[in-house]
Write a protein that binds this ligand. Sequence first.
Ligand code: LLP
Length: 418
Amino acid sequence: ARPFIDYRDGQLMVEGVSAAELARAHGTPLFVYSQAVMLDALAAYQRGFAGRQALICYAMKANSTLAVLRTFVQAGCGLDIVSGGELERALRAGVEPAKVIFSGVGKTRAEMRLALEAGIGCFNVESLPELDVLSEVAADMGLRAPVSLRVNPDVDAKTHPYISTGLKGNKFGIAHTDALAAYRHAAALPGLKVTGIDCHIGSQITETSPYLDAMDRVLDLVDAIEAGGITLEHIDFGGGLGINYHGETPPAADALWQLLLAKLDARGYGQRKLVIEPGRSLIGNAGICLTEAVFLKPGEQKNFLIVDAAMNDLPRPAMYEAYHAIVPVQPREANGEIQSWDVVGPVCESGDWLGRDRQLAVQAGDLLAVCSAGAYCMSMSSNYNSRGRAAEVLVDGDQARLVRARESVEDQLRLESI
Ligand code: LLP
């Protein structure tokens, strides 16, 4: 099958729609998502879980645009939320509340109350004080909050330190060695109902071994917890599977789960309900960001290509020195002069770069596509330099829908007064 985002007749196409035409119609910077790529990525997980009791809770922090959520919800997904704002978006996207899980280290009482009122499926609790407060809030409402404890399996996900979460030295989860005591504590609290166990070891994981190690560690805990008389209805194995940004070769979701399910089967947990929380691997490679070359600024040491997208739209290079491929929307003829460019935005920071030393044949006014921009771009965007957030388009076949309008200056000023 041909890829859904690719060139046809010298034009970058998103499914059946020309990227250049979208840029003309909606302006730049413009995020464009392919629904087919999203559903394809989801299908790999669904194949992996065929015949099992499994719930795929899309980690909406990766991209929380309503139309993106709706696409996954309609395809059967639940959602992993981390704030009251995400809860509201999730509900507006039409998710069944029972398919919502609430992660995060700092849930407030107000957020807990909202989630209890909505009737979400599970709270993934990350500390003892959170257990106590959640129990209190739920008991006050005459409820028992369904909880799963996020345990820290202490395995190295071998990813960027900022997005590695499963090692001892970070703020997430309950240490492996404290987990048993925490479960006993939780089981004794009046406002809680212990339903599961949960872990998440990091993001952009491209190797299989950290997952296999984490599964062993988590199942050791399940053995111990259940030996102590607490039954776990579900095992939540988090998210984290990486994507190909620049030649990385992460395992396919179905291949990874074949190995993990073999482990679960071997240890007698094959029929247990499974939950996962993938974000990036469902949406990352479904999106591109279209941007226009504003000025060429060749120099003695470096050539700068200044484009109209910036770190406020695409913060990952500035934050993690992340690599996003940058390609022309309408490649120039073979005789176009290829030069090395640092692709930078107009924001007043040296950290405002999108790509370094990129070989491109480009002129001012050309359109470029920043690739793999579906995850952690729009959802991490900001108004820095009073730049409005970009618009977003969702493509399905030869249909393109504007699903978020470009943010105007008026939109930005609406909440302020002098
Ligand atoms: N579950 C929990 C509890 C998480 O903290 C995360 C991501 C996920 C699931 C989804 O992980 P994924 O499948 O997307 O890897 N902004 C960074 C990534 C931060 C990830 C935070 N947690 C980036 O742009 O690379």
